[in-house]
Design a binder for this molecule. Structure first.
Ligand code: NMX
Ligand code: MLT
Length: 618
């Protein structure tokens, strides 16, 4: 173990001066009993003073320069009146002309006109005082209110980048290694087999949703029809067994370890994961107040997924990748800034999601991020549990399992594919993730967990006080199918077995609360429904998928709002799709742009290629 004295910390924390090999990085510990005031903002100091004087021998967690770290606090909150207020709709496009400017330009009208009828829109601009001078051309950069306002938040965005923690540095190094190794393999494959066909696409595939047509390369995980998901080769059971646990009292591993593993291909040590959790903690706790105020203005009848998507889209203003891209960075460096955004997004999403939960289901009156206090001593999942009001160990473990297992399901599922496509245009990670969440919010995909719990609750309701029997479930399911609906939680586009994620959730439920009434219904459905679905020959997979059981776990612990469940799927999926995005940019995958054809062309290709399985027309 390498011991670094306090006097050398400055060197560790500074990007430019710290040049350690990755081997050494693994072994840097700090031993000291003196406070480290100069490195951290007030709360961070408190943490360090406590932990280090307690001689806990923590690794150096964060070494962000105080002034840069605190730059987020320089930005006064956006006034509610300027965001999504229907009375001020015309001011929306220029809402950042308010106090966000550290030095507001004098020609910007900060008084929001509450009467929209007096505002007119010219060339897409709100007609404010700034444009009333007839000699001013509103289309020049000088008068581009958006750009001026964007300039004013650059300081905040750059603050994210100026100092790098040891753990981020290590994560980048290991991710870089993984990218390089993958690049080498790809290079050799392309050199050796440049024109070898990999997949055939038939007419049925083209009009049938491209099932089984191989078009994407995703190294983070691979779905085998008869085996289930393999996270970089590891089955669900292996992940549960081999990934690090927060402490001895935990039944399941830390969910953040999946992020590390997908990015680096290495199972992390618990020490590194604790540092990563703290990185997430620091970023999560610095969500600026105007983000909460943005959420405060979303009507509470808005579906939680929609609230999440809007908020994540709004956060794109703070994308470091976007800023750097437009400043002009090398293509080879894209992935680093994507990784920075990815970590921020993952840190922010569980706070934002928890806030959405609280304001939508618990108390419509909470404002300004009230109650969103993260705990530095908790992992990402337990912090989420805390924010939504739970500190029970069982719930923390259930959430770890939940977030681990929903994280990644190769690249072809609708949400990952949407994110992949958007990312390939070099739109920033926040927007890629918003696209992922939009795809996830469809009932054939992630929203199936909401529908599945509703299905089970309806079974319970219709059952009333009657005894639960196989006959009852069978009749209920058949009646349900006869209305033309799909039974949520069953079937899969790729899998041909019960989803191993379903199996893991089922195990959890049977171990912890086998007598729960919803679990009893689920168990009976599991015996009856696959049989019923098998009778319909066109259904390729009659078995339960991930969404079948997940809601029952949440419901058991008091999360009784099915409309929220897909948000939790999205929280977890951020780990997988953000890892995919970082690696995609590291591998420099180009813009994705599949070819579409019209029906005449399809007809002519079919006539020409009929009977030929090789040398199909390109
Ligand atoms: N209940 C009734 N019908 C079904 C079901 C089901 N659970 N699953 C498939 N079918 C139907 C399907 O609608 C299709 O009918 P049609 O030809 O009339 O359009 C037919 O069976 C053939 O579908 P498959 O080829 O077996 O499945 P496909 O790959 O098209 O779709 C799903 C996969 C997952 C969309 C489909 O099984 C389904 O709708 N399941 C219910 C919804 C669900 O649980 N989705 C969550 C999937 C997991 N996730 O998180 O994303
Ligand atoms: C997923 O986890 O994304 C779903 O199982 C859907 C899929 O893989 O197509």
């Amino acid at each position: 173990m390498r011991i670094i004295k306090m006097g050398r910390i400055r060197n560790i924390t500074c990007n430019n001066t710290f040049k350690k090999s990755k081997k050494n990085l693994d072994k840097i510990y700090i031993f000291s009993s003196s406070p480290i005031r100069q490195f951290h903002s007030k709360n961070q100091n408190d943490y360090f003073e406590t932990s280090i004087t307690n001689n806990n021998r923590n690794k150096l967690i964060h070494a962000k320069n105080k002034s840069l770290r605190s730059s987020s606090f320089c930005i006064p909150p956006i006034k509610n009146v300027n965001i999504m207020n229907t009375n001020n709709i015309y001011n929306f496009s220029s809402n950042t002309n308010i106090n966000i400017n550290t030095k507001p330009s004098t020609n910007i009208n900060t008084n929001v006109n509450t009467n929209p009828s007096t505002n007119t829109i010219t060339n897409g601009y709100t007609n404010t005082n700034s444009n009333t001078n007839p000699n001013t051309n509103p289309n020049t950069n000088e008068n581009n209110l958006y750009l001026k306002n964007y300039d004013s938040i650059k300081k905040y965005i750059n603050g994210i980048n100026n100092e790098e923690s040891v753990i981020m540095k290590l994560l980048k190094e290991k991710t870089y290694d993984c990218i390089q190794k993958t690049k080498e393999k790809l290079k050799s494959l392309v050199n050796t087999y440049p024109n070898t066909p990999v997949s055939v696409c038939t007419t049925t595939d083209i009009i049938g949703g491209l099932r089984n047509v191989i078009t994407l390369l995703t190294d983070t995980s691979y779905l085998e029809a008869g085996k289930g998901i393999l996270f970089r080769g590891k089955t669900v059971s292996q992940v549960i067994k081999e990934f690090p646990k927060w402490d001895d009292s935990c039944e399941y591993p830390v969910a953040e370890s999946m992020l590390w593993y997908l990015l680096t291909k290495e199972v992390p040590s618990i020490d590194d994961i604790k540092l990563l959790s703290k990185e997430l903690y620091y970023r999560g706790k610095e969500i600026p107040s105007f983000v909460f105020e943005f959420i405060d203005n979303i009507p509470t009848y808005t579906h939680p997924m929609s609230q999440l998507i809007s908020t994540v889209s709004y956060l794109e203003s703070f994308s470091l990748f976007k800023l750097k891209y437009f400043e002009g960075i090398s293509k080879a460096d894209y992935w680093k800034y994507i990784l920075e955004d990815a970590i921020s997004l993952i840190a922010h999403i569980n706070v934002i999601a928890a806030y959405i939960y609280k304001r939508t289901f618990i108390n419509n009156n909470i404002k300004k991020g009230e109650g969103m206090n993260l705990d530095i001593n908790l992992d990402w999942s337990s912090n989420f549990a805390k924010l939504i009001g739970y500190d029970d160990k069982c719930i923390q473990d259930m959430l770890r399992l939940y977030f681990l297992l929903h994280s990644d399901h190769e690249g072809g599922n609708a949400s990952a594919h949407a994110s992949h496509l958007i990312g390939s245009t070099l739109a920033n990670p926040y927007l890629s993730f918003a696209g992922c969440a939009i795809a996830l919010s469809g009932p054939l995909h992630g929203l199936a967990n909401q529908e599945c719990l509703k299905f089970l609750l309806n079974v319970k309701k219709h059952l009333g006080d009657s005894p639960l029997t196989y006959e009852f479930i069978e009749k209920y399911a058949k009646d349900f199918l006869s209305t033309g609906k799909v039974i949520p939680g069953y079937g899969h586009a790729v899998l041909r077995i019960p989803d191993p994620r379903f199996v893991a959730f089922r195990d959890f439920a049977l171990n912890h609360f086998p007598n729960d009434p919803i679990v009893k219904i689920l168990e009976m459905c599991y015996k009856v429904i696959p049989q019923i679905l098998s009778n319909n020959k066109k259904i390729k997979n009659p078995y339960p998928n991930v969404d079948c059981y997940s809601g029952a776990l949440l419901y058991h612990y008091g999360l009784k709002y099915p409309e929220y469940y897909t948000v939790m799927f999205a929280i977890s999926r951020s780990i997988g799709v953000m890892s995919q995005l970082v690696l995609n940019r590291g591998l420099m995958f180009p813009l994705e742009r599949p070819k579409s054809i019209d029906i005449n062309y399809l007809n002519s290709v079919c006539e020409q290629n009929d009977g030929k399985s090789e040398s199909v027309k390109k």
